[in-house]
Design a protein around this ligand. Structure first.
Ligand SMILES: CCCCCCC/C=C/C(=O)SCCNC(=O)CCNC(=O)[C@H](O)C(C)(C)COP(=O)(O)OP(=O)(O)OC[C@H]1O[C@@H](n2cnc3c(N)ncnc32)[C@H](O)[C@@H]1OP(=O)(O)O
Ligand SMILES: Cc1cc2nc3c(=O)[nH]c(=O)nc-3n(C[C@H](O)[C@H](O)[C@H](O)COP(=O)(O)OP(=O)(O)OC[C@H]3O[C@@H](n4cnc5c(N)ncnc54)[C@H](O)[C@@H]3O)c2cc1C
Length: 652
């Protein structure tokens, strides 16, 4: 550890020496307590000390096949290591939190692993879709790696439209088997991670038929490879889908069936069942089959926090050590971190990483509550969970992709080097805009719920807690530049957009358009309303969680966390200034956003609106210190991170 703590650059040490807040306290806060910081460090130090995880040559100089084989080699080491580090004393929530903060588990190794789907979706779908006997039988095999699996839903012809999936499973009551087929090329499963060579089992989502009738899309546990020879089973065709923008060691593959027979008990029967005689018993809610996707969408907020956190750590460290240009004659070249434009590029990434992290755990809490309710047949809160998971997954992944690319750009030519790791981080983060529900489609799902809530409000009915603000008819007579005031402004914007969508839908149907065409014609506005709702949630949760969670922290630590909340809130107020300036259908503002900038003069200078979006130099040391002091990552892991003193950034 001492070697790892060796400072490699005097600029970094200089920044580090200025730190005024309690790094250990802040690190423990983000980890969930001192004991978790210790556990995380043990895990990270154990993994980082394994020489076998170091590539003999940079993997970009390997062939596609060599990279895959190298990834398998490391996956085995990681499994053996992380397996021994598994702490059975932790709750599921604590384990998830630890994994999220640990740079070793999800981020660097699992994310690009051929076992990624085995860890992320395979176990979860059995947990969520298997009946008690099936869970008992399969989870043991999965957890001790007797079988390796993936989640095979997407097909060549359909990814978004699950009800359009073409893989068929026809029940044969004579043999009490299902016969799986891929009737057309478009029915081939296409994309599942690990499917090409790694997985020997998978959960297949197939259009199921029994007694000549459709039973909808059901999940099936299917063995696709012989456990001894690893060759494809009879009636199973497998292969690799080819090189991609990223994830090139995840081994994404294709899968086709030709009269492949499986026993009846391979249909996962927690929610729906097919009896021996072929009688179909449908699920109380057909969308329970989609449960694993909701689980992953929730976890994607954490993945975005972790991924963006790594990118902004790299870029901010770089900005502390890179010296460039000579704005003041006869003075040394300044650290590029002293340029306000550089701060403007990076500090929002630091704030966003924390906002996603806090929102992830807030949403996890709802997820676990709804999962418990579903277990006793209570579906009341499933729709709200689905709506939140969709818009937050879409918004955080879209923002993270933009901000990671901005981190790359902020490092100039060196950011374009693969050795910076920023291109690889970008390749991974941008995929989250597509997988687990393409972002536009996800935003439109939330828009469905918003339109429904808007109509309920109009009829004086109660709506779900996360949409309750839609019923707030109070006028914002004067712009309030506090965080709470800006959050309220965003609530008015979202409410106005929802109202405008309702008006548009009504106008189109009044003009004779069908409901579906009216929806399509209004879909751009619906996506915007859904994003506005996501902004309300992200901003309000970040603030409200900080209000509650930081009560026991010291003054300096609270200050720096609330500076993040303020930066995040005002950044988005300025990004969405057009929405905030526009009189919405439910609210008009007598004061413009410029007054906000005026009121935030502790933050901003008094010139153009654009310059008001920058962070004064006096605050430069503040936010940079957060990441340079190891807030985003513990300095024990990135010892060369600097501690940056915080100036007293005026709080509103
Ligand atoms: C974290 C690191 C690891 C990452 C690993 C990543 C590897 C990647 C894996 C994958 O990508 S797996 C494949 C993921 N694929 C998808 O996400 C497909 C997206 N499509 C869908 O989810 C659905 O097709 C749809 C878009 C939701 C539409 O479904 P459907 O056509 O059946 O329903 P609708 O008619 O639109 O809506 C009907 C009704 O149902 C409600 N609903 C829809 N989905 C859910 C759900 N998951 N949970 C609860 N409720 C749901 C929907 O809101 C409608 O309700 P009402 O409005 O009628 O009340
Ligand atoms: C890296 C990666 C890993 C993946 N891993 C897996 C995996 O392990 N298992 C698995 O099953 N799948 C996996 N997928 C597939 C992924 O789930 C799908 O790509 C995703 O669901 C999008 O579906 P699609 O590719 O068919 O795109 P499409 O749905 O065809 O989207 C194309 C365009 O059409 C638009 N569109 C589609 N439907 C609508 C609509 N109703 N309204 C408006 N616009 C619409 C979309 O917005 C988008 O702009 C992975 C994908 C990637 C990129």
């Amino acid at each position: 550890m001492d070697a790892v703590n060796k400072v490699i650059n005097e600029d970094l040490q200089k920044e580090r020496d200025k730190c005024k807040f309690n790094v250990a306290e802040l690190t423990a806060f983000l980890d969930g307590g001192d004991k978790f910081t210790q556990k995380r460090r043990e895990k990270e130090n154990r993994v980082f000390s394994i020489q076998g995880l170091r590539d003999a040559v940079p993997d970009e100089y390997m062939s596609h096949k060599e990279r895959y084989e190298n990834a398998v080699r490391k996956a085995v080491i990681m499994h053996q290591t992380l397996g021994t580090l598994e702490d059975k004393t932790l709750t599921e929530y604590e384990t998830a939190r630890l994994a999220l903060r640990a740079t070793t588990s999800s981020a660097i190794f699992k994310e690009n692993s051929p076992l990624m789907l085995h860890y992320s979706m395979f176990a979860n779908v059995i947990e969520g879709q298997g009946d008690e006997k099936q869970r008992e039988y399969w989870l043991k095999k999965i957890n001790n790696m007797e079988i390796i699996g993936t989640y095979a839903q997407t097909e060549l012809g359909h990814g978004t439209f699950i009800r359009g999936l073409e893989t068929t499973a026809e029940y044969d009551p004579k043999t009490e088997e299902f016969v799986l087929n891929s009737p057309k090329l478009t029915a081939y499963k296409w994309w599942p991670g690990g499917l090409a060579h790694t997985a020997n089992h998978c959960v297949v989502m197939a259009h199921t038929y029994s007694q000549g009738k459709s039973c909808g899309i059901q999940p099936f546990m299917v063995q696709i490879r012989d456990l001894e020879t690893n060759m494809p089973m009879k009636g199973v065709k497998l292969g690799e889908i080819g090189a991609k923008l990223g994830f090139n060691t995840v081994n994404n593959g294709f899968l086709g069936f030709e009269n492949h027979r499986i026993p009846r008990d391979r249909m996962l029967m927690k929610n729906s069942q097919i009896l021996k005689d072929g009688t179909f018993i449908s699920s109380p809610n057909s969308k329970l089959t989609y449960g694993t996707m909701v689980y992953i969408r929730v976890s994607i907020l954490g993945t975005m926090a972790n991924t963006l956190g790594r990118a902004v750590t790299i870029a901010t460290r770089y900005a502390a050590v890179r010296r460039q240009s000579q704005p003041k004659p006869n003075e040394p070249e300044p650290q590029i971190l002293d340029y306000v434009t550089q701060q403007h590029k990076l500090f929002i990434g630091i704030a966003s990483s924390h906002a996603y992290y806090i929102s992830c755990f807030w949403l996890w809490t709802l997820y676990h509550r709804v999962t418990k309710e579903l277990a006793v047949g209570n579906m009341d809160n499933l729709a709200e969970l689905h709506a939140l998971a969709c818009c937050l997954k879409a918004t955080t992944s879209a923002d993270a992709a933009v901000l990671v690319e901005r981190c790359r750009l902020a490092c100039g030519g060196h950011g374009y080097m693969l050795s910076s790791n920023l291109p690889q981080i970008y390749a991974n983060v941008t995929a989250a805009n597509t997988y687990e529900g393409e972002n536009t489609v996800m935003l439109l799902q939330t828009a469905r719920a918003l339109v429904k809530a808007g109509m309920q409000v109009a009829q004086g009915q109660k709506v779900s807690p996360s949409m309750a603000y839609l019923a707030d008819q109070s006028k914002m007579a004067k712009w309030d530049s506090s965080v709470d005031g800006i959050v309220k402004g965003f609530q008015k914007v979202a409410a106005g957009k929802v109202a405008a969508c309702l008006a548009s839908l009504q106008r189109h149907t009044n003009n004779g358009q069908s409901a579906e065409d009216a929806w399509n014609l209004t879909s751009v506005q619906l996506v915007a309303a859904s994003e506005a709702h996501a902004r309300v949630i992200l901003l309000s949760v970040f603030k409200s969680e900080m209000d509650v969670q930081t009560l026991t922290l010291s003054g300096e630590t609270r200050t720096v966390l609330f500076q993040l909340v303020q930066l995040y809130t005002i950044y988005w107020a300025l990004e969405k200034v057009g929405d905030l300036l526009l009189p919405t259908t439910t609210t008009t503002y007598s004061v413009s956003i410029c007054d906000t900038a005026m009121r935030c003069d502790g933050w901003m200078d008094e010139t153009s609106l654009f310059e008001k979006s920058t962070i004064q130099t006096s605050a430069r040391t503040g936010i940079a210190g957060l990441v340079l002091s190891g807030l985003v990552y513990d300095s024990a892991v990135y010892p060369e991170l600097v501690h940056q003193s915080l100036t007293s950034w005026p709080l509103q």
